[in-house]
Write a new protein. Structure first.
Ligand SMILES: Cc1cc2nc3c(=O)[nH]c(=O)nc-3n(C[C@H](O)[C@H](O)[C@H](O)COP(=O)(O)OP(=O)(O)OC[C@H]3O[C@@H](n4cnc5c(N)ncnc54)[C@H](O)[C@@H]3O)c2cc1C
Ligand code: FES
Ligand code: FES
Lengths: 287, 168
């Protein structure tokens, strides 16, 4: 086993691409080290990306926020401007684990671990976030929802890393929110979750919407029919019922000890409805 | 093995060690540096018994590699007391009988220290959330929460005294 901590993404990509045997990226390690401990992964090369300058920055520009892949949940939660622009994404990321886990966990790690229940992912998908990928072939930008392809699987190619995640500039009269259901208030994995991002017109009518669901399918889902159900409305009761119905129709959950298919399906609709109301209020809409 | 040579600061002292690339900071502290305050309860980030502070940030040392702390500042429970003088948190844990078997205690002390460094006047709810990553199978948590609250009050009193002392 070898440990490397390169200082540029290019170097990291080169190390990963030329590695013989199993090579893994290390960000906060809160998934990776657990999997190494259990023997589920036995890497020959560990590439720690946290010494790469670009992974440690939170940069604000006209295009929004670029959040380095090494930025911890704790640091994200202390960034005032980011919290103000994207409260749903920050809250979702801050739900991950305890204070100890927050000190290390990253959004990009949450995404690349590719759990259908990953908390920050529905919020990022709703926000229309993009992953900035660096690989042996250069750079590319990918919609966040295109990264996970199934539980534990991603579309990243050998040698590719996510260097940062871009959240778009916040549109006027827009707001986002994320909610999860767990049987207690801390330290648990989402049974179902929903992220909603809305933009209103000057009269408070929903102009644009993105609705994402977690833990109800092999990957986080972007539910376009749910967005269609509320565009053009002021989230009246009929629109909210249509939103919930569209979410329920999109669910393909599993039955397990955390929740039945029936429970997950119903709660997906309930959470999407509540998250939509919070997002509406945050966008300045009045009910 | 491809040993990794690491130079770091632990409780203010420079420490150098060579570790296995997959070795955790917890293993390094306990097995190479003789600092056995941090405990292994689970090894998977769930119990907080291994809590330490790295560059001001509370973490589980079982989920950090030894190799990662090159050039960082690590603070462990061993650095809490000032020589023979216990830290107010340690005093209050004793006074309030906030431990039974004691295996969780170092982790709680370090997590509580991180909380009070950041928020000197936490509410009970804030204390309980901040300690949600630390498990205790003995006390039922109540005495721990009260001890942390009492230590916070004590620390606020002494920092006020220091501040008014400086004014004179
Ligand atoms: C006690 C505990 C509680 C937890 N609670 C929650 C919870 O409530 N909600 C939740 O969603 N998760 C939870 N998790 C899981 C985990 O903390 C999160 O998924 C976290 O966001 C992972 O981020 P990381 O930086 O630690 O990832 P790492 O462990 O460093 O990496 C995770 C995976 O992604 C890959 N990877 C990481 N970064 C990149 C990158 N930039 N480019 C390419 N590949 C990369 C790694 O190779 C690895 O396969 C918990 C974990 C623990 C131990
Ligand atoms: S031993 Fe690290 S959290 Fe339990
Ligand atoms: S005192 Fe025994 S586990 Fe906490």
């Amino acid at each position: 086993m070898r440990y490397e901590a390169p200082s540029s993404s290019k170097e990291a990509a080169k190390l990963l691409a030329s590695a013989k045997g199993k090579a893994v990226v290390l960000a906060g390690g809160t998934d990776l080290l657990v999997r190494m401990k259990s023997g589920a992964v036995e890497p020959d090369l560990i590439v720690d990306i946290k010494r790469i300058g670009a992974t440690q920055e939170i940069k604000k520009s006209g295009n929004g926020f670029k959040i380095g892949a090494g930025v911890s949940g704790a640091r994200l939660g202390k960034h005032r401007a980011l919290k103000k622009a994207w409260p749903g994404v920050v809250e979702a990321t801050n739900l991950i684990g305890s204070d100890q886990i927050q000190g290390r966990c990253t959004m990009a790690g949450n995404l690349c671990n590719a759990s259908p229940a990953a908390d920050s992912v529905p919020a990022m998908v709703a926000a229309n976030a993009k992953a900035n990928v660096v690989g042996p072939g250069g750079r590319r930008t990918v919609a966040v929802e295109k990264i996970p392809t199934g539980p534990g699987k991603t579309s990243l190619k050998k040698g590719e890393i996510i260097e940062s995640i871009t959240l778009p500039a916040k549109a006027p009269r827009s707001g986002d929110a994320y909610l999860r259901f767990i049987p207690r208030t801390e330290m648990d994995i989402a049974v179902v979750s929903a992220g909603v991002n809305l933009t209103l017109d000057s009269k408070g009518v929903v102009k644009k919407a993105r609705v994402a669901l977690g833990a109800v399918a092999p990957t986080v889902l972007l539910v376009e029919d749910a967005a269609k159900a509320i565009v053009g409305t002021k989230l009246d009761d009929d629109a909210l019922a249509a939103l919930a119905a569209a979410c329920e129709a999109a669910c393909r959950p599993i039955d397990d000890m955390r929740g039945t298919i029936e429970f997950r399906t119903e709660v997906a609709g309930v959470l999407a409805r509540r998250a939509a109301l919070t997002a509406y209020e945050r966008a300045g809409g009045k009910k | 093995m491809n040993g990794v040579q690491v130079s770091t600061t632990v409780n203010g002292d420079v420490e150098e060690f060579v570790c296995h690339p997959g070795e955790t900071l917890l293993e390094v502290l306990r097995n190479r540096l003789g600092l056995t305050g941090a405990k292994e309860g689970c090894g998977t980030g769930d119990c907080g018994a291994c809590s330490v502070i790295v560059d001001g940030q509370l973490v589980c040392s079982c989920l950090v590699l030894g190799a990662e702390v090159e050039g960082r500042k690590v603070a462990t429970v061993e650095g809490l007391a000032d020589g023979n003088r216990l830290h107010p948190l340690q005093d209050k844990f004793l006074e309030h009988a906030a431990l039974q078997c004691g295996i969780c205690t170092p982790g709680f002390l370090v997590a509580a220290k991180a909380l009070l460094d950041d928020n000197p006047d936490p509410t009970e709810e804030e204390i309980r959330y901040a300690l949600a990553g630390n498990l205790c199978r003995c006390t039922g948590y109540d005495k721990i929460v009260r001890a942390v609250d009492a230590a916070a009050a004590e620390l606020r009193k002494s920092s006020k005294k220091k501040a008014s002392g400086r004014k004179k």
